[in-house]
Write a protein that binds this ligand. Sequence first.
Ligand code: SF4
Length: 94
Amino acid sequence: MATLPLLSATPSTDWQHHGLCRATDAAVFFPPGHFEHKPEREAREAEAKAICSGCPVRITCLDWALATREPYGVWGGYSETERRQVLLGKRQAG
Ligand code: SF4
């Protein structure tokens, strides 16, 4: 009888070791603890997205953030609002 491979209950995060954000202040990728005005948020997210654009694991990062419904921050070059729009689009298309 063949045995099935064990499946991990949580997706691997090994790819995170290769992310460019590891050498960057995490505050660029996540909202601060205080209210963030729109221009401040847009500037922060633009800085994060510029880093993501050159990241070798960007697609894997975005896939992971979408699959895990990551609620905060810029992942794979997408803000939380943009990821919600992607997920909403998939739900409406499917
Ligand atoms: S795509 Fe952006 S958030 Fe994801 S690992 Fe790379 S630098 Fe970090």
